[in-house]
Design a protein around this ligand. Structure first.
Ligand code: CA
Length: 399
């Protein structure tokens, strides 16, 4: 599952991948795949329907290999994904589907505002639920391609199983280029583990049946540790002398400890006096942006999608749907995130200075952020671990 990206409408041209010395041709590979699927008990009927004349989709490879021009800042991300139009539409969807959402919400123990928030971020409340790419062809393309073939082969075999179980036809099984399907963009293994036939017609239809789709999302969240009696977290204000080494998902403290450290609600109020609740602080735009105190449910949102931006997007959208306040700030205006090349350059320079970025791949992940913090500490800067153009300039100047 992943947040929606601008939909690219492209023409599909099926073609045959030229043979390379190291990898089998698509058709040879397909023969082997079919044997594998057969051994797993998938019927010949399903395999005939799904695999006959199957061709790889070049556009899927293109999308898998593309490097984003640059990453979004937190502000940009929120402006794109949790804007007023999305909030207004979500309120309407929440009202229109209130009866079903309340029923499913109560059964699974998850407030409808969260289901609608995931729905909004994944497929714009179902507008994109039908999907564009034929899932079997897309997954076969990626499974045949060498980059992440193990992962996608498992997704493909599971997709065949889903068809074999009669939930959906080959023709109707569509989704994203990477195999995410239906209202909540479940990949096949997520479907297999969590999707639910809520209306009891014998088919799990996450593409066309909202009851099945909502219940499947709710089931995923409940099984991933959702606590309905808690919120996801809240925006907070940090004290002036706050030690940004503590702004990390790795650091968990009780609300009382954060209160003692000077963390307060927006507006200055005390944090809730809940002894047993543990929370982390995240600062998605660095030391000069907003700060959030995040609870257990935030971690569950991150089981769905590992991005902190995404989790804050879900939290904020859910809140706004029921009239809770907007974040007071989204961080500095303007600017942009690092390009892939800049991310690489940052990692190379940090590595050359002896900081461990965990490799040089242009993707500034948790390990690179720790390396940034180490650099910032040595340089006498605020150790917020935030990759920015300013930070890159400082790193380029050296210590
Ligand atoms: Ca059903």
């Amino acid at each position: 599952m992943r947040a929606i990206l601008p939909i690219l409408i492209v023409a599909l041209f099926a073609y045959t991948v030229p043979a390379q010395a190291s990898e089998p041709t698509f058709s040879d590979w397909l023969v082997d795949l079919r044997k594998d699927a057969q051994a797993k008990g998938i019927s010949a009927k399903t395999l005939d329907a799904a695999l006959t004349d199957l061709k790889p989709i070049p556009r899927v490879i293109e999308l898998d290999r593309r490097q984003p021009e640059f990453t979004w800042t937190f502000r940009k991300y929120m402006e794109k994904l949790v804007n007023q139009a999305r909030i207004n539409k979500g309120k309407k969807k929440l009202a229109e589907n209130a009866k079903l959402l309340n029923e499913i919400g109560q059964k699974y123990g998850i407030h409808p505002r969260f289901l609608v928030a995931f729905w909004g971020l994944e497929t714009d409340y179902g507008r994109l639920a039908e999907g564009y790419f034929p899932t079997i062809a897309a997954l076969a393309t990626l499974a045949h391609d060498g980059r992440r073939s193990k992962f996608f082969r498992e997704q493909l075999l599971t997709a065949l199983k889903i068809i074999d179980q009669g939930h959906i036809s080959v023709e109707r099984m569509k989704g994203s280029w990477a195999g995410a399907m239906g209202h909540f963009q479940f990949i096949p293994t997520t479907f297999d583990a969590y999707a639910t036939d809520y209306d009891g017609d014998g088919k799990i239809d996450i593409w066309g049946n909202q009851a099945d789709a909502y219940a499947s999302a709710a089931n995923f969240l409940t099984k991933s540790g959702w606590k309905d009696e808690e919120i996801w977290g809240r925006e907070v204000v940090l004290p002036k002398d706050f030690d940004f080494n503590m702004a990390s998902m790795k650091v968990k403290k009780s609300l009382k400890d954060w209160q003692d450290l000077g963390v307060r609600k927006v507006g200055g109020g005390n944090l809730p006096a809940k002894e047993d609740m543990k929370a982390s602080i995240v600062a998605p735009a660095g030391a000069h942006g907003p700060a959030f105190l995040v609870y257990k449910n935030f971690r569950t949102i991150m089981v769905w999608n590992r991005s902190i931006f995404y989790a804050l997007g879900v939290g904020q959208l859910a809140d706004r749907l029921v009239g809770r306040p907007a974040f007071t700030t989204l961080g500095p205006k303007g600017g942009r995130g690092l390009t892939h090349a800049e991310g690489k350059n940052l990692q190379q320079r940090l590595t050359a200075m002896g900081f461990d970025t965990g490799g040089v791949d242009g993707v500034v992940g948790p390990k690179s952020r720790e390396a940034i913090r180490d650099f910032q500490r040595k340089a006498g800067l605020i150790p917020d671990g935030h990759p920015s153009l300013e930070l890159l300039e400082q790193v380029q100047k050296g210590l």
